[in-house]
Design a protein around this ligand. Structure first.
Ligand code: ZN
Length: 229
């Protein structure tokens, strides 16, 4: 089995777990999706994949696995992460962000605000912070402007606006809140009907422009099916 890990020491890495699908193997049942574990790996020079020697599970995150909605949202967040984080630079902040997002999903918290804020925080940690206060064209305070330019990095003041789209003021406020609040605080925020979905789509457009790629996000349709059920 080939497993993708987000690790505290090495960031994103791929490891091979030989025999992990065989019931009598010591690795069997240890490498579950969403589980948090200590991996002992063997690293060889000039090989881009490490070999797993031992797995000691710290937390299976079972509460995610037994709740279909928590499962779907967790998959969606991880899909997003896999698109954005491709290298293996270690980042303790990213590691803890992922852990916090999964732990809140496991608690069955409000999924949409945690997802959207988790994405905003991930973009910021990856060096693509969304600007919502300072005009991304002239550098002055943007005031009450809702002009939006994902290509230039976010908000555009009324003086600089030329053909920019306008975004809901509630979206800008949510991003401001997300920058200042913990995930636990942000889960209590409510937006207008359809607001989180609109926020999600704006975050997606921003990400795709800045990473120059299209995200497939296979879990999104599952989230949509379950969420409207
Ligand atoms: Zn300006």
């Amino acid at each position: 089995m080939i497993i993708t890990l987000y690790s505290l020491d090495f960031g994103r890495i791929s490891v091979i777990a030989k025999g992990a699908l065989r019931p009598k193997n010591s690795l069997f049942g240890q490498a579950e999706l969403f589980s948090c574990a200590e991996y002992t790996i063997s690293r060889k020079e000039r090989r881009n994949i490490d070999t797993t020697i031992d797995i000691s599970v710290l937390d299976y995150n079972n509460s995610i696995r037994i709740d279909p909605l928590a499962y779907a949202f967790s998959c969606l967040y991880i899909e997003w992460m896999l698109n954005v984080i491709t290298g293996s630079e270690p980042s303790q902040s990213t590691y803890h962000l992922l852990k916090n997002v999964l732990s809140l999903f496991g608690e069955g918290s409000s999924f949409w605000p945690v997802l959207c804020s988790g994405i905003e925080k991930l973009l910021r940690l990856s060096g693509h912070a969304i600007e919502v206060s300072i005009c991304t064209k002239c550098g002055r305070e943007s005031g009450n402007s809702c002009h939006w330019n994902p290509l230039s990095g976010g908000i555009v003041c009324s003086d600089c606006a030329s053909g920019e789209i306008k975004v809901p003021a509630g979206f800008l406020l949510f991003i401001k809140n997300s920058r200042q609040s913990s995930l636990r605080e942000i889960q209590n925020i409510n937006l207008w009907k359809g607001g989180f979905r609109q926020t999600f789509d704006l975050l997606r457009e921003f990400t795709e422009i800045h990473y120059d790629m299209r995200m497939k996000l296979k879990s999104l349709s599952i989230v949509e099916d379950l969420d409207n059920a």
